[in-house]
Design a protein around this ligand. Structure first.
Ligand code: FMN
Length: 400
């Protein structure tokens, strides 16, 4: 089975479940590999009270033995600590006789799945929608990303991210991408102290105004070999798969690869990355990486650079107008505990989704059963590419 994952779980239910399939046998994997990113997802200036309740850690329920993957599906569970406060409202069991039913939520929040979700699934309680559409589900995605990142790291592919905008406070996107490995030092995951302070002030001002903010982040994957993905079939174009995966994150409204929308206003010579020979080795290198590591739907050996725009958090203290679906009277949106800004967390989720897509393409190219065979296939490919320049410079008579 191809590498991929599914998730299950409601925000205030017993837990978040991740099932990762297509993981090769023989990959070293311990809970700490995954928990590190779960903790990074929970941090960030501007988060709400929920993160103080939860301490996200996985339990492996299958697929790992004695620190190594078995090639079977990997099942992971993160228990929701908050379930203890929500058991009566979220229990899977039918209500006991004589116990009054829990209060229905009927005030859909603009900007959420609430209204269309109730219409689509014929619910009269929007809790049935919001519990699953909540970004709490991204906990399970980050768990899958932890597995993908461990696999990629075994081949020198490292995925990082950085925030370069929160509301009106911004930092240079290219520099953010270059410095992404340092982003965890900042409370907003922006690798610049001065910009960090401006972003924090922006969050404070939005909170004071009982409003909320979005922003922009960039994910960078270094060390990808050329040729992941394919130009041959539209479904295999890897930049498109990345766009899909990153756009699927809650509140993401735009995705860019490299310059992204910036390509439209420039001349061609300011957009393409010229192909040069390095000195003294004569290896193929690029003059720049403006296309974010992609040509023809394939990685080209340069770092993969994917940026995303997140809309402001929809649930705000200054409650927005809505209609009560039990009476069809004008009203104000229902308010559940909410973040003021969650761009730093979204960036970590972005890393996870990028890692999952790259891992799938990597295993598609190099095989998927076990790490030994994948390593042999990877070494043979990278050796062929490295040797090409040496062979080309030889006398044509002796060229293989
Ligand atoms: C990490 C993260 C945290 C979020 N926290 C909140 C929140 O506290 N309150 C809220 O209303 N929306 C929050 N959102 C956004 C909603 O989940 C999202 O807007 C909603 O599910 C609707 O999806 P859409 O914006 O993609 O249409 C968060 C999103 C992310 C990625």
């Amino acid at each position: 089975m191809r590498f991929g994952f599914s998730t299950a779980g409601e925000s205030h239910g017993p837990g978040e479940v991740t099932l990762v399939h297509g993981v090769p046998a023989g990959l070293g994997l311990v809970a700490g590999d995954v928990n590190r990113d779960l903790a990074r997802r929970q941090r960030g200036y501007g988060r709400g009270g929920r993160q103080k309740i939860e301490k996200d850690e996985i339990e492996f329920l299958g697929g790992v033995r004695h620190g190594y993957t078995l090639g079977s599906p990997i099942a992971m569970l993160v228990r929701n600590q908050d379930y203890a406060n929500w058991e009566a409202r979220m229990t899977p069991d039918p209500p006991e006789e004589g116990v009054p039913p829990t209060k229905k939520v009927t005030l859909p929040r603009p900007g959420h799945a609430d209204l269309a979700g109730m219409q689509k699934y014929a619910f009269d309680d929007l809790r049935n929608v919001l519990e699953r559409s909540s970004a709490r589900e991204t906990t399970a995605r980050v768990a899958a990303g932890g597995v993908a990142k461990k696999l990629l790291a075994a081949f020198g592919i490292i995925v990082n991210s950085a925030v370069y905008r929160v509301g009106a406070a911004s930092f240079d996107k290219e520099r953010a991408a270059l410095l992404a490995a340092k982003a965890d030092d900042s409370e907003v995951r922006c690798p610049d102290e001065e910009a960090t302070e401006r972003m924090k002030a922006e969050i404070d001002a939005a909170r004071y105004a009982r409003d909320a903010l979005g922003g922009e982040f960039v994910v960078v994957a270094e060390g990808c070999p050329p040729g992941l993905g394919s130009y041959v079939d539209w479904r295999d174009k890897l930049d498109a798969k990345l766009a899909h995966a990153v756009m699927s994150i809650n509140a993401i409204k735009g995705v860019e690869i490299g310059l992204g929308f910036g390509v439209a206003s420039r001349r061609s010579s300011e957009v393409q990355d010229e192909i040069l020979l390095s000195e003294p080795d004569g290896e193929l290198v690029r003059s720049s990486n403006r296309l974010g590591g992609f040509e023809g739907g394939m990685t080209n050996g340069e770092p993969v650079v994917v940026a995303a725009a997140m809309k402001p958090i929809s649930t705000i203290a200054k409650a927005l107008r809505t209609v009560d679906l039990s009476t069809y009277e004008p009203s104000r949106a229902f308010r559940e505990r909410a973040d003021t800004a969650a761009v730093p967390a979204a960036a970590v989720i972005g890393e996870s989704m990028v890692a999952v897509v790259l891992a799938e393409a990597f295993l598609e190219k190099f095989g998927a059963d076990n790490m030994t065979d994948i390593r042999a296939s990877y070494d043979s490919y990278t050796t062929r590419l490295r040797d090409a320049s040496r062979n080309a410079s030889r006398d044509p008579e002796t060229r293989p």
